[in-house]
Write a protein that binds this ligand. Structure first.
Ligand code: FMN
Length: 213
């Protein structure tokens, strides 16, 4: 990033600041809108993969994360299967209904009995969270709304089977994506994240500068 290009800096800042949880979305749209949505999603997934990761896994794919993407008929089918298995409660049916895509994000823990395994696994999970945030920011920059959900019931074995997650994968969360509702609909039927307004400034105490002066 070149600091002499303030427009680039402003664009990145805007994506970070304006990203917010939107639980109820307006689907993927139709026709050109849907094409744009799917293109944006593909580009954003590629950018998710630009996240840092510390340790390669030993199999053919070095990244610790896995992204399972559901759109269109596959999303409707999976939604139905989760509903039939009685795994959707509370707001989840409504959230599924309005999503244009759902991405199940998982990571692959290592299982060898080495003293280093726990530390490596912690870093695999942290890297997967970084890739997930990349996805949220890249979709935000393309005007696509998102919600990072971690409902435990969608991460347990019966749901993982329906999602089609691979052996040994651990769910980090489900990312619901779609075009945002209009401002009027958002005010009437939107759900935001409960921590949204609870952010504090760095000098409230969570950021300490080790200042020697
Ligand atoms: C790891 C992780 C898991 C989350 N799981 C849930 C969840 O299960 N349900 C929920 O309502 N929000 C969940 N969220 C979203 C947060 O509630 C939301 O990001 C927070 O309220 C801040 O709002 P904002 O995203 O609009 O800034 C999760 C966020 C993270 C990072």
């Amino acid at each position: 990033m070149n600091p002499n290009q303030p427009a680039d800096v402003a664009a990145v800042d805007r994506a970070i600041r304006e990203r917010c949880t939107r639980k109820v979305l307006a689907g993927a749209g139709e026709g050109e809108q849907r094409d744009l949505f799917l293109r944006g999603l593909r580009e954003s997934l590629e950018l998710a993969g630009m996240a840092p990761f510390h340790y390669p896994r030993s199999d053919a794919i070095p990244e610790p994360w896995r992204f399972h993407v559901f759109t269109g008929a596959a999303l409707r089918h999976t939604h139905q299967q989760l509903a039939d298995a009685d795994l959707l409660y509370g707001k989840l049916p409504r959230i599924f209904e309005h999503a244009g895509a759902v991405v199940l994000v998982t990571w692959l823990p290592e299982t060898d009995a080495s003293p280093k395994t726990e530390a490596r696994n912690w870093e695999h999970a942290a890297a997967t969270a970084a890739a997930t945030q990349n996805l949220l920011l890249a979709t935000e920059a393309r005007g696509i709304g998102s919600y990072w959900c971690s409902a435990p019931i969608l991460a347990e074995a019966p749901a993982l089977k329906i999602w089609g997650a691979g052996l040994g994968e651990v769910a980090l969360g489900e990312i619901f994506l779609g075009w945002p509702l209009s401002a009027a609909d958002e005010a009437e039927m939107g759900w935001s994240g409960k921590m949204r307004k609870r952010r504090t400034a760095p000098d409230s105490g969570w950021c300490r500068w080790a200042d020697l002066n």
